[in-house]
Design a protein around this ligand. Structure first.
Ligand code: NAD
Length: 527
């Protein structure tokens, strides 16, 4: 690995990454040659081909990525049993040993970052910058969570003594086996983030990637094994909803970590709550993320940041900006700048770094796009975009234009629900306070942004916006770009449950339960 190359993050967009991207393009070409491999699951350290074989295809060009095995209840059971068997030894090791092994995973991920990013591009259709940023984020997530265990002395702390001869302490201890269920859009960072939280805390894991993202799921399992994690601590089961459902219904799973849609997250909460006893469910879900551009904003910065957050990764980020409220006096000027930037975006098969928008993930997303555009046309006005693209590379996947819409009623469902598409609704406002109230009026509360130089407007935004991650005046993204240890990422309202977020100092603790220990030292001696 070339340590001299700069690291891509979501924020350092002005940096010269040309050498990084040349290397990534080489890796991408090499990875294409390995298409069609069979990728087994990993159970108790053994390759496992239980379950029905299925093919995954790239959203970029429909080329076969590999064949995977959709784990059925019996396969899921074997994975849970393997994790259960590995748990006591793993939990019994010192936290220092666990941290050292997971730091090894981070180092390996960094070493293989080009290969992993290339597979992430192939299976998700990410741009070069998005894929490299994601893998770098994944590395930092493992390191940051390891730092948290160290900074908290393994979550052991002495407590006060009620009487001098009593020793009392408080310790956070693992639960057992965590099922980790991952969405398609950040399969590396979110997969390893949840996995690392669970494993660093002393749990064993059954990892279920999105059926679209088994290549990177297999990378994570493989790198954990290569770093020396004992067999059974990390198990991999591929598959979709039915595999996930089998995990939900398995009585020996001690807890669930899930990131994905509100519908599936809610289903998981209800299913687990109906079980024999309550188990921890760490859930992060979707977003409907607003941005407010005031008359005091730097409009070029605002247009750049909104464009990046609305259309980066084809609008398929939980933090994507999908609504922008603009002060009426600068509305026309801002919209002009936004549409100018948006029409200059390069859309295409992400085979080099010049492409900003790749394909959307699948045909269902394409159909959702067509329906949303038809409704926007009927109930508002499409300012720019709105067409599916065809011809050449575009025929290999579902490629769509970024859409900017105005004139939709405030309570229109396109303004309220998550669509997970490159679809941005713009509306003018007269009073910032009212705009923020309207932006808050959704079931979600993940991220929000503003562009405002006036300190009073900034304060109003920070005070009123109902979301776990707030951003102001960032050209790199209005509502996107969280980084481990730099921003925390906590879903409020329908975007989350725990009230504590990933990427931050309160994450790893969620994978542990508290125990106090009181020992009367002198009684035995006296006897
Ligand atoms: P999804 O909810 O469709 O799927 C997520 C995972 O759940 C997949 O692994 C899927 O196979 C699994 N699953 C589906 N049905 C299941 C069931 N019945 N039981 C158990 N598991 C089941 O989400 P997606 O389309 O992969 O990802 C997009 C969604 O994820 C968006 O809503 C997005 O906002 C959200 N997301 C949230 C965050 C966050 O941090 N808040 C980050 C990324 C994505």
């Amino acid at each position: 690995m070339d340590h001299a190359l700069p690291r891509v993050t979501y924020s350092n967009v002005g940096t010269d990454f040309s050498k990084v991207f040349v290397r990534l393009a080489t890796e991408l070409r090499a990875a294409a040659g390995s298409a069609g491999k069979s990728i087994p699951n990993l159970i108790g350290g053994q390759a496992d081909e239980g379950g029905a074989r299925y093919l995954a295809r790239s959203p970029i060009d429909g080329v076969e990525l590999g064949s995977f095995f959709e784990a059925e209840p019996a396969d899921v059971d074997r994975a849970v049993v393997a994790a259960r068997a590995a748990f006591p030894d793993w939990a019994g090791r010192s936290w220092k040993e666990r941290v050292a092994l997971m730091r090894g995973v981070a180092n390996l991920l960094s070493e293989y970052k080009f290969e992993v990013a290339a597979d992430c591009i192939r299976e998700v259709g990410k741009s070069f910058a998005e894929a490299m940023g994601e893998v770098e984020e994944a590395v930092d997530l493992v390191r940051y969570y390891s730092d948290q265990i160290e900074a908290n002395d393994g979550f052991y702390r002495p407590l006060a003594r009620a009487v001098p001869v009593e020793e009392t302490s408080d310790v956070l201890r693992p639960y057992g086996v965590f099922a980790v269920i991952v969405p398609f859009n950040f399969p590396v960072a979110l997969g390893i983030g949840m996995l690392a939280g669970a494993v660093l805390a002393g749990n064993a894991v059954v990892l279920k990637p999105s059926p679209q993202a088994g290549l990177t799921g297999a990378w994570l399992a493989r790198l954990c094994a290569e770093a020396g994690l004992p067999d059974g601590v990390v198990n991999l089961v591929c598959g979709g909803a039915s595999t996930g459902q089998a995990l939900l219904e398995h009585p020996a799973v001690s807890g669930y970590a899930f990131i994905g849609s509100h519908a599936v997250g809610t289903h998981i909460l209800r299913t687990v709550a109906a079980g024999a006893y309550n188990r921890p469910v760490i859930i992060e879900m979707g977003g409907k993320n607003p941005c407010y551009v005031t008359a005091s904003a730097e409009l070029d910065v605002a247009a750049e940041g909104v464009m990046r957050s609305a259309f980066g990764l084809q609008g398929q980020k939980c933090s994507s900006c999908s609504k922008v409220y603009v002060a009426r006096e600068i509305y026309a000027e801002f919209l002009g700048k936004l549409t100018e930037r948006t029409s200059a975006l390069r859309i295409g098969a992400p085979r080099d770094a010049s492409i900003f928008m790749g394909p959307v993930i699948n045909a269902a997303a394409g159909e959702r796009y067509a329906r949303a555009c038809a409704e926007a046309q009927r109930d508002g006005r499409i300012v720019s975009g709105g067409m599916r693209l065809s011809g050449g590379d575009f025929d290999g996947g579902v490629y769509v234009e970024p859409v900017i819409v105005e004139g939709l009623a405030a309570n229109h469902h396109l303004n309220k629900d998550e669509y997970f598409l490159p679809f941005l609704s713009v509306q003018p406002f007269d009073h910032l306070e009212q705009a923020i109230a309207d932006g808050n009026d959704t079931t979600y509360g993940l991220t929000a942004g503003t562009y405002a130089q006036d300190p009073a407007e900034l304060d109003l935004f920070l005070d009123r916006a109902e979301a776990g991650a707030l951003y102001a005046n960032r050209a790199s993204g209005a509502t996107t770009g969280a980084w481990p240890g730099v921003q925390t990422f906590c879903g409020w309202k329908g975007s989350g449950v725990a009230g504590k977020g990933a990427l931050g100092p309160y994450y790893v603790q969620q994978f542990m339960r508290e125990q106090s220990r009181t020992i009367m030292r002198s009684v035995a001696k006296a006897g």
